[in-house]
Design a protein around this ligand. Structure first.
Ligand SMILES: Nc1nc2c(c(=O)[nH]1)N[C@@H](CN(C=O)c1ccc(C(=O)N[C@@H](CCC(=O)O)C(=O)O)cc1)CN2
Length: 311
């Protein structure tokens, strides 16, 4: 292997340390509520990981594990309760959801200020407008990883393979906001190899094992593997592989591995987002408390601004 390995765990640890320091400066530890529906073992394992890490960095967390038969109305009722609870700073609904529940209806119901996944349309819109507040965790984690390892993004040609709402689309916005020239390729892209060979930064997020082969990569490129594919080996034993063929390491300049690359960044970024949500909520609360304490000043300021406009 000639490529430099961009390891996720030490970078995730740095992001978590920063989140822990920021959390300790808040009046109360940020509180994350995670909702999981059904019995998917992978989802259960991710949720356990999120909750455990939250505790390690001094955050509070609660997990609501709802049965597979939960109706959309029941889930929306729980989200409504959590939205109204001032002691809840972040709400996350683990995906995927069972078929009787419409994902969009649920994600749209979460208060955008508590939307630590960054999936609410308001947060998506802010991201595309270049004013991100709460950004989806995997894409934000990838940006942090690139920055940490000093991979230049401004001016780079970035190609993302995959157009999911979880990764491809928000990552395109983040890379664009960081001044990369961005192409999003997908299952209908013609001559995928010709497109991917253009990339200085190639991100594989298609969910297809070994999709990216060495001849599809420009020599020296940075390759980020977001695939999480569980496959069986010859002995029938399950293991995890990414979307990038291992031989790509001979061509790429730098690359992430699966496991041990982007995955740990997702969880670290979630907790950083939870702290960010709590910081924004406390700042908004302090502002409104100040306004309540000095109503005359507030009114005068407002009138002053209006007066300027009229004149
Ligand atoms: N509401 C959300 N649902 C889902 C998200 C999400 O960001 N928000 N992302 C994925 C799953 N996911 C977190 O939820 C996740 C995936 C992978 C990892 C990770 O650390 N992977 C490790 C390997 C772990 C293993 O061996 O199984 C790695 O890549 O090194 C963390 C979180 C879908 N749902």
């Amino acid at each position: 292997m000639s490529a430099r390995v961009l390891a996720g765990p030490p970078v995730a640890a740095a992001l978590l340390a920063d989140a822990a320091a920021r959390a300790s400066r808040l009046p109360t530890p940020p509180n994350l509520v995670i909702v999981r529906v059904g019995d998917d073992p992978a989802s259960a394992s991710y949720v356990r990981g999120k909750s455990r890490k939250a505790g390690e960095v001094g955050l509070r967390s609660t997990v609501h594990a709802l049965p597979e038969t939960t109706s959309q109305a029941q889930l929306l009722a729980l989200i409504d309760t959590l939205n109204r609870d001032d002691d809840v700073n972040g709400i996350l609904v683990q995906l995927p959801l069972p078929p009787q529940i419409a994902e969009a209806a649920v994600l749209h119901a979460i208060d955008p200020r508590k939307d630590v996944d960054g999936f609410h349309p308001l947060n998506v819109g802010e991201l595309w407008a270049g004013r991100p507040a709460l950004t989806p965790c995997t894409p934000a984690g990838i940006m942090y990883l690139l920055e940490h390892y000093g991979i230049p993004v401004a001016g780079a040609r970035a190609v993302i393979v995959g157009r999911s709402h979880l990764v491809g689309r928000p990552l395109a916005a983040l890379l664009l906001n960081a001044d990369a020239t961005v192409t999003v390729a997908h299952s209908r892209t013609r001559d995928l190899g010709a497109v991917t060979r253009e990339a200085d930064i190639l991100i594989a997020a298609a969910g297809r094992p070994d999709l990216i082969t060495p001849e599809m990569v420009k020599p020296g490129a940075t390759v980020i593997d977001v695939g999480i594919n569980r496959v069986l080996n010859a002995e029938g034993k399950g293991h995890l592989v990414g979307d990038v063929h291992p031989d790509v390491a001979a061509v790429a300049g730098a690359l992430t591995l699966v496991p041990g690359g982007v995955g740990p960044m997702t969880v670290a970024q979630l907790l950083a987002n939870t702290v960010r949500a709590a910081e924004l909520q406390h700042a908004a609360y302090s502002d409104s408390a100040q306004t309540d304490a000095a109503p005359t000043d507030a009114v005068q300021t407002d009138l002053g601004v209006a007066g300027e406009l009229v004149r």
